[in-house]
Design a protein around this ligand. Structure first.
Ligand code: CUA
Length: 180
């Protein structure tokens, strides 16, 4: 029986399989298994997947957590929108929110220290894109994403919204400072 022609006999399933067909099924199966086991392997050893956590929340629950951190750790405000700059203690949980069309607040972190960065949206779908290191996360209302981060290079990082979210999308820019 050929792989290229329709079966010659009506009871085709009793006809032995062609050798080349068996070889291709074997190759496809082995490749499927390699791809399957690469997923957990690369998650652990690939040093590129974010091991993020996701929890259900609501804007009404998430907003006050952000505000509590702002009330406690604001060191100054920046820009004509008076965006608070927050310097939370190293090792703490830090909260950032996305809304039309802002990332709120600005974070000031310390190099080499670890933080748990929480992200959620107050209205609709935004995209957290941390530049120039290119970490990308969906920020969706109803879900609180948590990233364990340890910034290892000091500098100013931009947060760019990379999910189209309306007329002010292109102005939706935030900032994270990492201090020596
Ligand atoms: Cu927020 Cu685009």
């Amino acid at each position: 029986m050929s792989t290229y022609l329709p079966p010659a006999q009506r009871i085709w399933w009793n006809v032995p399989m062609g050798r080349e067909e068996i070889v291709w099924i074997g190759i496809a199966l082995i490749w499927c298994l390699i791809m399957f086991f690469m997923m957990p392997y690369w998650h652990v050893y690939g040093k590129q997947n974010l091991s993020n956590e996701a929890y259900q929340t609501t804007p009404a629950k998430y907003g006050p957590k952000v505000q509590a951190m702002i009330d406690k750790y604001t060191v100054r405000t920046e820009t004509d929108q008076q965006i608070p700059v927050v310097h939370p203690p190293a090792g703490s949980d830090i909260y950032m929110l996305a809304r039309l069309w802002q990332w709120w607040p600005i974070m000031e972190l310390e190099k080499g220290k670890s933080y748990r960065l929480h992200l959620s949206s107050m209205d609709w779908n935004h995209g957290f894109s941390l530049q120039p290191i290119n970490i990308n996360m969906q920020v969706v209302p109803g879900y609180e994403m948590v990233l364990n981060i340890t910034p290892d290079v000091a500098g100013t990082y931009g947060v760019v919204c990379n999910e189209y979210c309306g007329i002010g999308h292109s102005t939706m820019l935030g900032r994270i400072y990492v201090k020596e």
